[in-house]
Design a protein around this ligand. Structure first.
Ligand SMILES: NC(=O)c1ccc[n+]([C@@H]2O[C@H](COP(=O)([O-])OP(=O)(O)OC[C@H]3O[C@@H](n4cnc5c(N)ncnc54)[C@H](OP(=O)(O)O)[C@@H]3O)[C@@H](O)[C@H]2O)c1
Length: 360
């Protein structure tokens, strides 16, 4: 199967994803029968490009970030997505068109990413995304639209990069109900808190995360707990069936003062962590992100640097914990790759053969 890909957003993650596609080209073909071709790339300020025969995505990914990708696009990027999926209608029809949404998180409304995804699904594309916005703001509507269209919407990279959270719950826990969760889900703040425990200044630790491309471009998203709140809303929407947005999550981030409290907590044999949690409280689902002082034996207290962990509270299996020992761009890019492979694996033969009787 040749999957045609339209990349919306061509930043750190998508460039690394393009690199992974090249590095794993022969494995993808041998193990999964997949080849890929990037037919479209859309950005906000660096132009857009489309070529039915495929673009030189690797070459473009190797260019400096400030180099244009293509011609300036006249109109909103949602129109670029609509036009691209229309041009790729044959691939869409055969279930082998995938739109990869990796634009910047908009914490106001999750737009235009949600619109990009809606346009992609309407045009018959599958969608994979690592952008928390759409799942945090509009999961239910998007999931219904995808189901109606017979297409997949996958978003493993939105929480803990490529470490399986959504896949774990969806694929491996039949009959289990997740009733709540708590975790440390933001690498930048955990890195800053542990660095400050060791005497590093707040600003220096943050700058390191920004230089590595791990911190969000807008530092407030990490520091003020917005990223964690978006992940909490995404997890609650998908795992608990909530209909919340990041603005419904009670939220406190970290400051220099939190760092000083982390030092004191450590001296007293405890750890201060930015904890995300959600669960049912009566008929409502309550969600919160806030610094919490934890006893040393708490699994979350043991997380160093960029490590993350999520503990699912379930009815049948009690607590299930997943720990991410390191976070990197490659891991986020892997999430996109694993979602693509899931689509390839799960695309029913009948759909893949297409209504045109085309055998893939
Ligand atoms: N970096 C990580 O480690 C990581 C981890 C997990 C999840 N994520 C998520 O992955 C997504 C991408 O992250 P990144 O680090 O690759 O971001 P990035 O380097 O800042 O790149 C963002 C890309 O999106 C484009 N873009 C922004 N707004 C757009 C719009 N309205 N329409 C079209 N294109 C738009 C930008 O275009 P211009 O450059 O032209 O503005 C740029 O190409 C984000 O949602 C982030 O939260 C990132």
């Amino acid at each position: 199967v040749t999957f045609d890909l339209v990349l919306v957003g061509f930043g750190h993650v998508t460039r690394r994803f393009v690199g992974l596609l090249a590095e794993y080209r022969s494995d993808l073909l041998r193990q999964h029968g997949i080849t890929t071709r990037v037919v479209g790339i859309g950005t906000r300020r660096h132009g857009c490009a489309y070529a039915a025969e495929g673009l030189d995505a690797e070459g473009l990914a190797g260019n400096q970030r400030d180099r244009p990708i293509g011609e300036p696009f006249d109109g909103p990027t949602i129109d670029f997505v609509t036009q691209s999926v229309r041009k790729a209608a044959a691939a869409a029809h055969e279930g082998r068109l995938v739109v990869v949404e990796a634009t910047t998180l908009d914490i106001g409304r999750g737009e235009p990413a949600t619109g990009h995804i809606r346009a992609a699904i309407e045009g018959g594309a599958h969608v994979v995304t690592c952008n928390k916005g759409p799942v945090a703001f509009a999961y239910r509507q998007l999931a219904i639209a995808a189901e109606r269209a017979g297409r997949r919407l996958l978003f493993e990279g939105t929480v803990m990069d490529g470490v399986p959270i959504f896949n774990l719950a969806r694929e491996t826990l039949p009959a289990v109900t997740v009733v709540g969760f708590r975790g440390v889900v933001n690498s930048t703040t955990n890195y800053i808190l542990t660095a400050m425990e060791q005497g590093q200044p707040f600003a220096e630790a943050l700058a390191e995360m920004q230089a590595m491309g791990v911190a969000e471009a807008n530092a407030s998203l990490d520091i003020d707990g917005w990223d964690a709140a978006a992940k909490t809303a995404a997890l609650a929407n998908v795992l608990l069936g909530a209909s919340m947005t990041p603005h419904d999550v009670e939220r406190r981030g970290i400051t220099e003062e939190t760092g000083r409290r982390a030092v004191e907590a450590r001296a007293a044999g405890r750890r201060l962590k930015l904890v995300a949690r959600a669960g049912r409280e009566g008929s409502v689902i309550a969600a919160r992100v806030a610094p919490e002082e934890l006893p040393e034996e708490d699994l979350l207290a043991g997380l160093e640097g960029r490590q993350n962990a999520l503990i699912l509270h379930t009815d049948l299996l009690d607590e299930i914990a997943v720990v991410q020992r390191s976070a990197s761009l490659t891991q986020t890019a892997y999430a996109l790759l694993s979602d693509l492979i899931t689509i390839a694996r799960d695309t029913p033969q009948s759909l893949r053969q297409g209504q045109q009787g085309h055998t893939l």
